[in-house]
Design a protein around this ligand. Structure first.
Ligand SMILES: O=P(O)(O)OC[C@H]1O[C@H](OP(=O)(O)OP(=O)(O)O)[C@H](O)[C@@H]1O
Ligand SMILES: O=c1[nH]c(=O)c2nc[nH]c2[nH]1
Ligand SMILES: [Mg+2]
Length: 168
């Protein structure tokens, strides 16, 4: 059963909105005062979509991935690195833009921060519990809301509020 069933509300994000918000994130990471970014590192899988949009906006051709999995089974709370980015590229994270779609509890970003303390951690959406772990984010979403991302949804028929006006 998915975690999302335990959330009070839903925050549904269309492709158009996600693209706009990811572009806003890119704009915040660009310009005076911002470092010359060496690379975008997307946290798979959700970070690959904003990672692509940001790399395009900022003209960055070096794009890496990091894959982190949570294992609730044996060791609850433990995260495991399934795929590390290139160590020579990463160093301590200086000049590296790590991108994810969202931060919720903050466990994923805390794991990344521990390994790459100087990296810039950028996410599109942040829930209050994990927001402080992100260096930059675009919109805050309530902790009790499940964020429905466009690649997890499809178009469906919705019943009208009333049957009035329909011939039987
Ligand atoms: O702040 P946290 O509580 O750690 O949660 C945030 C992470 O959870 C989701 O990824 P998930 O691990 O579900 O994998 P996915 O990106 O492959 O969907 C989301 O994309 C973030 O990476
Ligand atoms: O699609 C998602 N929406 C969320 O709100 C969330 N929180 C953790 N992981 C998540 N994935
Ligand atoms: Mg993810």
């Amino acid at each position: 059963m998915s975690d999302r069933l335990h959330y009070e509300a839903g925050f549904h994000v269309s492709w158009e909105r996600f693209h706009r918000d990811a572009r806003s994130l890119a704009a915040r990471l660009h310009g005076p005062g911002q470092p010359e970014w060496k690379a975008v590192v997307a946290i798979t899988r959700g970070g690959m979509v904003p990672g692509c949009i940001i790399a395009r906006e900022l003209g960055l051709r070096v794009v890496e991935t990091i894959s982190v999995a949570s294992y609730a089974h044996k060791d609850q709370g433990a995260l495991q690195l399934l795929k590390a980015p290139d160590a020579a590229l990463m160093g301590d994270g200086s000049g590296i833009l790590v991108v994810d779609d969202l931060v919720d509890t903050g466990r994923t970003l805390a794991f990344i921060r521990e390994r790459y303390p100087k990296a810039h951690l950028a996410v599109v959406y942040a829930k209050p519990q994990g927001a402080a772990l992100a260096d930059t984010y675009i919109a805050e979403v309530a902790q009790d809301s499940w964020i429905y991302l466009p690649w997890d949804m499809g178009l469906v028929y919705v019943d009208p509020l009333t049957r009035k006006g329909n011939s039987e």
